[in-house]
Design a protein around this ligand. Structure first.
Ligand code: PGA
Length: 232
């Protein structure tokens, strides 16, 4: 099964620091990763172009896949402020992963299960892999909102709210249990874990899930490279 290690930079970094991250990352990676692993960087949209261009300049960073942290539920058109999948298609290497329904989108932007389901549909129309974020409490409700024929085309990231950005990563046994519950709801799909993943704990998750969604620890290229190594 395909594995994913995803850097979610959230609303962090500048034009300059995004470029230095790529240089530092290329130096920190000890060996190229296998085709079974997708290493994704999801920068803020305004930095997508610079990351897309700069990553092509080095054989290590060339392997990186571009992701977005959100996507419009609508096709291109009159939707002020929204970035549709069609707006993302002209980078030197195009965007192939979109994070959908992150808890910060739900909490601060009031996004619903149905919004996430609409974004999943859009991603699949465009050939983008949706990474749907779920918390324990709403796995079933989120799965119920997604069209049944779309469920096994998703990647799901289990992200317990109390573990995000707190340093309190979820115990591995509990994540293993949730991975099984998610597979019952969605099908035999890759399930990732997210919530205070760091170099010191990434190896534990590598034994029980198909990857990790990394916030804070992805901002440092050396930490992120160590997390990648744990899944390679
Ligand atoms: P964190 O964020 O790694 O900083 O906990 C994870 C996430 O929000 O996906």
């Amino acid at each position: 099964m395909q594995k994913y290690v995803i850097a979610n930079w959230k609303s962090n970094k500048t034009f300059e620091s995004a470029q230095s991250w790529l240089s530092e990352f290329s130096q920190a990676v000890v060996k190229p990763w296998s085709d079974q692993l997708q290493v994704v960087v999801a920068p803020p949209l305004s930095l997508l172009q610079v990351v897309a261009e700069k990553k092509q300049l080095n054989p290590i960073t060339q392997q990186l896949v571009l992701g977005v942290q959100d996507i419009s539920p609508f096709a291109a058109g009159s939707y002020t402020g929204a970035v549709a999948g069609e707006n993302l298609s002209n980078f030197p290497s195009s965007v192939s992963v979109a994070i959908v329904g992150h808890s910060e989108r739900r909490r601060y932007f009031k996004e619903t299960h149905q919004d996430a389901a609409n974004k999943v549909a859009r991603c699949l129309e465009l050939g983008i892999t949706p990474v749907v974020c779920v918390d324990d409490e709403y796995i079933a409700a989120q799965a119920a909102a997604i069209a049944s024929e779309h469920l096994d085309k998703c990647v799901v990231a289990y992200e317990e709210l109390g573990a995000i950005g707190t340093g309190n990563n979820e115990p591995v046994e509990r994540v293993a249990e949730l991975v099984q519950r998610i597979k019952v709801a969605f099908g035999e799909i890759p399930v990732l874990y997210g919530g205070s993943v760091k170099p010191a704990n990434a190896g534990d998750y590598a034994t029980i899930c198909s990857g990790v969604l990394v916030g804070g620890a992805s901002l440092r290229a050396d930490s992120f490279a160590q997390i990648v190594a744990a899944f390679n």
